[in-house]
Design a protein around this ligand. Structure first.
Ligand code: PLP
Length: 355
């Protein structure tokens, strides 16, 4: 039996979107691919109301996190860390031989603009990394306020991981001045894994011209040039996934981005009210994610047993991540899930746990 996924990625993929992948193959140097890919890029920009350069890489989101570092940082980068994925960005920066400093906060907490400002006043950084939605802790960073602060520092690029928020939460890429916005197909896009979706500002592209060690596969200037000249990708893309993405973007347009955000807020509200009544939330109050809820396991339930029982009923939720694996569990409410589906999984959890 298929288990409906309430895990924070991969998320449920509608049958018609899965089916869109099953088409006779085309060549990635054919006109039909150029039409497909340029169409996707235009739809992405339209939905997110941005003129920034948009790209879809055949890779998972982590590749774009690395691309952001390799293309935008010669030496000094400030990484805000408060969970597994923000810590990953810090590790990537160090692995790329950059001088990375961290604002290292406890998991569950979140970075505030004044913490970043203190660092920017003390040292000249080329870029700051912020994870918008920490999937490991269910925390949402105050990206609007952080973006406002960054306007005072026009030489410092703002690199934002929206892997588990873009197309669910509200992310005004261009209005906020996000220089590189990174996302993955398997979260709020409600697609199979395998694509990294990114938006790159002119400022970031300009900066990349003076950065050495951009590498080959993730060189954003080469990727931009290839797109400008041919409307294609420099290397062979996951064409089947592109068909699914193209169709899913049409579905998102039909739903409307504001409605999509509203639906995510309603699902989050429902799960978080339930969690507060029966357990409590891991996230710092006021900074709860709208796409995933991380719950303190105050009742010391066996999450593995709960998931086994849920599995028999056709659902899957998620245990905690990394060092909080045993202390928390997570219910994702992202992608194409509906409030009714969320109510159904919660009702089943109530029955199993006799809450
Ligand atoms: C916030 C966040 N950033 C980055 C990643 C890594 O994305 P990917 O697995 O697509 O490389 C994830 C994956 O769960 C994530 O949740």
């Amino acid at each position: 039996m298929h288990k409906k996924l309430f895990i924070p990625g991969p998320t449920e993929v509608r049958k018609e979107i899965l089916d869109a992948q099953a088409q006779p193959m085309i060549g990635h140097r054919m006109k039909s691919f150029t039409e497909l890919y340029t169409g996707i890029i235009n739809k992405l920009k339209e939905l997110l109301e941005t003129k920034n350069f948009a790209t879809v890489l055949t890779a998972s989101g982590t590749a774009l996190m690395e691309a952001a570092i390799r293309n935008c940082v010669n030496k000094d980068v400030l990484c805000c860390t408060y969970g597994a994925f923000s810590e990953r960005w810090f590790k990537i920066a160090k692995a790329c031989d950059k001088n990375a400093d961290a604002i290292a906060l406890d998991w569950g907490k979140v970075v505030k603009p004044e913490m970043i400002e203190e660092k920017l006043k003390a040292k000249k950084y080329e870029a700051v990394t912020v994870v918008h939605n920490e999937t490991s802790t269910g925390v949402r960073a105050p990206i609007e306020q952080i973006a406002e602060l960054m306007k005072k520092y026009p030489d410092v690029l703002l690199l934002v991981d929206t892997v588990s928020s873009l197309m669910g939460d509200k992310v005004e890429v261009e209005k906020l001045g996000i220089d590189i916005c990174v996302s993955s197909s398997q979260k709020c896009f409600a697609l199979p894994p395998g694509l990294a979706i990114g938006f790159v500002s002119d400022r970031a592209l300009k900066k990349a011209e003076g950065v050495s060690g951009k590498g080959h596969y993730l060189n954003l200037l080469d990727i931009r040039d290839y797109f400008d000249k041919k409307g294609q990708t420099p290397t062979t893309p996951a064409i089947s996934l592109m068909w699914a993405l193209d169709k899913q973007l049409d579905k998102m347009k039909a739903e409307g981005m504001a409605n999509r955000y509203k639906r995510h807020c309603e699902m989050a509200q429902y799960v978080q009210n339930w969690a507060k009544k029966n357990f409590n939330l891991y996230a710092e109050p006021g900074y709860e994610s709208v796409t995933v809820t991380c719950i303190n396991n105050t009742k010391k339930i066996s999450v593995a047993d709960l998931n086994t029982e849920l599995g028999k009923r056709g659902f899957a939720i998620s245990n905690g991540y990394g060092k909080i694996k045993e202390l928390t569990f997570r219910i994702a409410h992202m992608g194409d899930l509906t409030l009714d589906e969320v109510k159904e999984v919660i009702k089943n959890i109530d029955e199993i746990l006799k809450l």
